[in-house]
Design a protein around this ligand. Sequence first.
Ligand code: NAD
Ligand code: MG
Length: 390
Amino acid sequence: MFDSQKRHNIAILGSTGSIGCSTLEVIEALGKPYKVWAISAHQQVALFEQQIARHSPVHAVLTGNSEESSASGNQHTACTQRHFGNEGLLKLASSPEVDIVVAAIVGSAGLESALEAVRHGKTLALANKEALIVAGPVLMDIAKSSGARLMPIDSEHSAIFQSMQSGRSINEVKRVILTASGGSLRDWPKERLSEATIQDALAHPTWSMGRKITIDSATMMNKALEVIEAKWLFGLDPSKISVVIHPQSMIHSMVEFVDGSVIAQLSPPDMRLPIQYALTFPDRLPGPARTVDWTQSFSMDWMPVDLERYPALQLGFEVAQAGGTSGSVLNGANEAAVELFLSQKIGFTEIATLTKKVLDYHDFDPSPTLKQLMSLDQWARQELKRVAGC
Ligand code: NAD
Ligand code: MG
């Protein structure tokens, strides 16, 4: 039963991003007892200051270039304590005052703070899938011993989590089916993909998101990362994970149980719903997310994925199977490749081919330490730049 007396102090790491801004909207709409306790941003200082003025967090951390900051604040923001750099971020993630940490930093830059929150037994509302890709086994192990709860924000994993509630054990699950929009270039002829520009790749048909994940959606590296994310979050053998293209992004994923029943979660493409569920679980509360208009006719389509068109997805299945160091290398190489594409140094199709190259020749270790995984992340970035000739 919903307990309106229980406090929910929330730290949003990456508050100025697409997920961060949606999280602030959700918390504002939920009202008490949900409280924006702390926020962090890397750049976008003006937006950060507006967020501080509007939400009056107790703490605010700027991790990027602090020279831009109006650190002293003004009369509307004077009650907020300011912190800087990575240390400030780790302090927030582990603060005894914080109940829920929303991991909304993009890329493996969010790993350390996510780990810190899990070490301190927080509820980790996880958007930052890259943290799990780099260090899935370590993060899940720490969560087991600290008692931290991981709540997925990624819409597919939220849908799987919600659908799983209708079964009693993982043994009843025959498979999970992740849905994918197919990204911005879904309807392009395969042979023209190499010509795709940044603008073409950023024009996502159904979701409005940060730049990195939008490019990942176009290559379907995003779905590759989500296959690996599903493996770690739900303890699934990769052979039980499949992907289908569903252009309307209305069904966010499904669970097929051993008796043949398929349970799906359906709602318009709006991240505020999975964010809210991660914050309010096990309660369901009214919120700001868009709802289905059942007075309108609409139809839903499904199609199999062409792995030749989306070679990045194939890498995701291979990495999910191999485990060990491969997740860290896949992620680091892909992050570097996306940066190079966004600075017009490589073409669109090279993102997957160069990432595969780095993955194929790395020195595989089936049971690496966290330190190893973090240094491989850096190695993969450098190698990617080297094979790209940059
Ligand atoms: P974004 O680029 O819009 O925002 C990223 C946030 O991280 C910003 O607040 C930025 O200041 C901060 N940040 C960037 N670099 C940083 C660094 N080095 N150190 C500390 N902070 C840093 O990204 P987004 O689209 O909101 O995505 C955030 C995460 O959520 C990603 O891991 C993404 O895969 C995941 N996700 C996003 C969506 C979506 O709809 N946007 C959906 C599912 C999952
Ligand atoms: Mg997703």
